[in-house]
Ligand binder design. Sequence first.
Ligand code: PRT
Ligand code: ZN
Length: 289
Amino acid sequence: MLNGNLKLAIQKSGRLTEKSIQLLRNCGLDIDNYSNRLIVSSRNFNLDLLFLRDDDIPEYVQDGVADIGIVGENVVIEKEAEVDIIQKLGFGKCKLMIAIPEDATMMNTEELSGTRIATSYPKILKNYLKNQKIDAKVITISGSVEIAPSLGIADSICDIVSTGNTLKLNKLKKFTSVFDSEAVLIGTKILDPGSEKYILLKNLILRIESSLNARTSKYLMMNVPKQSLERIEEILPSLKSPTILPLADESMLSVHAVIPSDTFWDIQNDLINAGASGLLLIPIENMLL
Ligand code: PRT
Ligand code: ZN
């Protein structure tokens, strides 16, 4: 373990495991099959992966047992860990929400005062209630929070919601959102900025940023009549100015641009109406801005 490698803690087995490994592989890291192992080293980067329960990751990083970690922001905040949130990672998105029984008639959050709310996130919930000046009783439960109202233990729950199916199954409905979460890269505050590990960390962060940028962008190529170029440039939500290349047909140009992935379907009609043809949309593997 004390080999000078950067130590990254990720969830051993759960919702974030696959996507954490995928992110690292997208960054060019060669990672062995990891099933049932506690520590795995990358073959081509000085990095050890530590597989832990997600609840333990913030504290391990806080204490420097791991230098960095990937974990839900909800867990970091709930554990009140003294760590830096380096980067949001765009996966594991969910909301911590208060949900009430389907037949409840409550309309606004003040009506939560005097009621009992069951949750596994007492710190985040108490903080929310305090900010909203709601005087409710928080009942801490470690699992299966959604059954608390039907057991008569609580009037409502505060739990993670993703699709909302679990709420429906338990005859509950969304009431209000308390906290938006996604997986984050966290870092220890005790890493020496002059150390080798710090250089490794900077390198890894650069790779992660480039991989995240790439995921949200696409490379668009198209042919454009010369006289339409100005109009096409107005339509393009390009990250940088587009590349313009001549074609054998001198009345035409080839235009290449990096665009945010989600904008293509909004602009494709305008581009075609402006004379663009042969549109090609290509995924980008990595992108250094
Ligand atoms: O074993 P370990 O302690 O490591 O794992 P865990 O069981 O505590 O966590 P895990 O794997 O369930 O979740 C890890 C992280 O994923 C969470 O901390 C969140 O940041 C994030 N995440 C994203 C979710 C969900 N989506 C999610 N839907 N975490 C939990 N859920 C549960 C939720 O608790 C509820 O029971 O899924 C149910 C609701 O889902 P829907 O889709 O029915 O609304
Ligand atoms: Zn957990």
